[in-house]
Design a protein around this ligand. Structure first.
Ligand code: HEC
Ligand code: HEC
Length: 292
């Protein structure tokens, strides 16, 4: 420590000058690194921010379904279902509009199915025979496993929200909301905007890196009402966005662009889609809004 002493007491000498020069340089280097790191990650920040702001159970459930292997058996939107001879309906149900009603009698039973492997939510493996079309075989190759020991209640609730949204189980049977939902399915709107408009499907080179959904707070930034909604759907862009050079820059360089449906969709179709989107915004895929 003796060597350190003269340096500590040196004042005005060469030691002090070099120390004065060295310290800020180190600080400058650290500051420059911090700035570089910030600049480097700057392009990800809007994506992180909006992913956090628009987080929702349907999207979380969709990610879980992919991550937990559910989709290996339940092919999402598959046109052909995996054959499962000897099971209740002879196939593994795909997570697709209209299948769910063949397996469950209420939205609550979806959570049972995931937690217990059956609609009743019990240890029993026997299913009600009512509506059975195939003779039960001793052992169908695919079995729905119980996930209650592997996933928490929150995860099971998210998965149920996703399954319900993918199936459209809670969507009214008739009226403009039903028509809007059919149009959304027909034209693949939710392949880009996420199941049930849950958003955040990848869109490299766009501002946030994802396609926005319809149920989060970002929607109101992009769509102020029915008129602006119509501009997006019919022209592929709102007037507000077309008028902004910065917005146009990001929209143009993105991998995916909103298609223009003018000539394909009528004003009445756009009305129905608008009603459907409003309905999604009210329910947010929550089973508590179940009409049945
Ligand atoms: C090994 C294949 C397999 C895996 C993996 C699997 N399931 Fe299933 N699941 C089935 C089969 C088979 C049925 C149909 C049971 C029957 O015939 O009664 C089913 C039925 C269901 C049902 C009720 C029917 C429907 O259309 O929704 C739900 C809900 C469900 N599974 C959710 C899940 C979820 C969520 C996961 C992932 C956490 C998952 N499953 C993983 C095979 C699987
Ligand atoms: C090929 C992918 C794709 C399809 C299919 C698609 N969109 Fe879009 N949509 C986009 C992209 C990309 C944007 C631009 C959003 C952005 O980057 O700000 C957009 C923007 C929108 C917006 C305004 C922003 C928001 O919050 O959603 C609405 C509303 C919209 N689309 C509705 C629809 C409807 C309704 C359909 C079906 C009739 C549809 N989209 C089909 C990709 C798609």
């Amino acid at each position: 420590m003796a060597a350190a002493e003269p340096r500590e007491t040196a004042s005005g000498g060469l030691g002090a000058v070099t120390r004065f020069r060295r310290l800020p340089r180190r600080f400058l280097a650290a500051a420059a690194l911090a700035v570089l790191a910030l600049l480097g990650s700057a392009r990800w920040i809007p994506g992180w921010y909006w992913a956090w702001r628009t987080d929702n159970p349907v999207r979380r459930g969709g990610a879980l379904a992919a991550g937990q292997g559910c989709l290996s058996c339940h092919m999402p939107r598959g046109t052909a279902e995996t054959a499962n001879p000897g099971s209740r309906w002879g196939s593994v149900p795909s997570f697709f509009r209209g299948n769910l009603a063949m397996y469950v009698a209420s939205a609550a039973q979806v959570q049972n199915f995931i937690a217990w492997g059956n609609a009743q939510g019990s240890e029993s493996k026997t299913l009600p025979s009512a509506g059975e079309t195939t003779a039960p075989s001793p052992s169908p190759p695919f079995h729905m496993r119980a996930f209650r020991d592997r996933l928490g209640p929150g995860q099971i609730a998210d998965l149920a929200a996703f399954v319900l949204a993918a199936d459209g189980y809670l969507i009214p049977q008739e009226g403009p909301v039903a028509q809007g939902s059919d149009l959304s399915l027909k034209y693949g709107c939710e392949s880009c905007h996420g199941v049930g408009g849950s958003g955040a499907t990848p869109n490299p080179r766009s501002f946030t890196g994802t396609v926005p959904g319809w149920t989060g707070p970002d929607f109101s930034h992009l769509v102020s009402g029915r008129a602006e909604f119509g501009q997006w759907v019919l022209d592929g862009r709102s007037r507000k966005m077309s008028d902004s050079r910065a917005a146009s820059f990001f929209l143009n360089r993105a991998n995916l662009q909103m298609p223009s449906f003018r000539g394909t969709l009528s004003d009445k179709d756009v009305d129905a889609l608008w009603q459907y989107v409003q309905w999604l915004r009210e329910t947010r895929g929550r089973p508590s809004h179940a009409a049945r």
